[in-house]
Write a protein that binds this ligand. Structure first.
Ligand code: IPE
Ligand code: IPE
Ligand code: MG
Length: 232
């Protein structure tokens, strides 16, 4: 089976799950699972560029992930920081534009600095929007949007007002959401934007995810009949 360009999703959301279990099953510390997970992010971005996908959102850290131990949390932040630092040339050579969503105030300064630099340096790049969901929660996103609307003085709001003021701003809603590791839930990821997303679950742990896995998900997506409540 071949990928058909006109049937590819514009925006893919990825719930990268299973880093911890990948490591534990090998008798390794969870941090090594996260480290391998970053390699899977790099592989997946290569593949997304190859397949001509325009927008990807990686769920990297949720508003609920603060429940984890400090060591694990700090380990994840270091990996994200190092990833951004180590891929500056890649982003410019490949035309990747970095964005993020989620409040950054609780993050370490070095990570925020690196993220802001990446965003500024890559804002005009056109091939792939790489959106990192950091301290992101779908419920928090809705609250953020509604608060913005209240501050603007609105007395009554509609669905589009909420949508336009979410962290995703002008990004299209995700057409396809992939979750790895066999769990079949959304875990507070883009709950408003995902109203009509196609969901794809795979048992593969995130550190094992690669171009082949992505292609399989995209081929599966191409076969879906998206009806949006109508008849087709
Ligand atoms: C996903 O892997 C990475 C993050 C949530 C940051 P997990 O760390 O959740 O891995 P499991 O689910 O414990 O295997
Ligand atoms: C979802 O994974 C969050 C991210 C991938 C960042 P979790 O591992 O946190 O989700 P639950 O706790 O299994 O629902
Ligand atoms: Mg998990």
């Amino acid at each position: 089976m071949r990928l058909i360009q006109s049937k590819l999703p514009l925006h893919v959301g990825i719930i990268m799950d299973g880093n911890g279990r990948w490591a534990t099953r090998r008798g390794l510390p969870r941090q090594l699972g996260h480290r391998e997970g970053m390699k899977a992010v790099e592989r997946t971005i290569d593949a997304l560029l190859k397949f001509g996908i325009g927008v990807v959102t990686f769920f990297a850290f949720s508003t609920e992930n603060w429940k984890r131990g400090k060591e694990e949390i700090d380990g994840i932040f270091s990996l994200v920081r190092d990833y951004l630092k180590g891929n500056r040339d890649y982003f410019s050579n490949k035309g990747v534009s970095v964005r993020s969503m989620g409040a950054l105030s609780k993050f370490p300064k070095d990570l925020v600095t690196e993220l802001e630099k990446a965003k500024g340096d890559t804002k005009d790049n056109k091939n792939l929007i790489l959106n990192l969901a950091l301290n992101y929660g779908g419920r928090d996103d809705i609250v953020y949007s509604v608060n913005k609307l209240i501050k603007s003085g609105k007395k009554e709001i509609n669905e589009k007002d909420i949508l336009d003021n979410l962290y995703t701003e002008s990004l299209p809603e995700p057409d396809l959401i992939i979750r790895t590791s066999g769990e079949q839930r959304i875990s507070n990821f883009m709950i408003y934007q995902a109203a009509y997303s196609e969901l794809y679950f795979t048992k593969t742990f995130w550190p094992d995810f690669d171009e082949k896995c992505l292609k399989k998900a995209l081929l599966n997506f191409q076969k879906r009949n998206r009806r949006y409540g109508g008849i087709k």
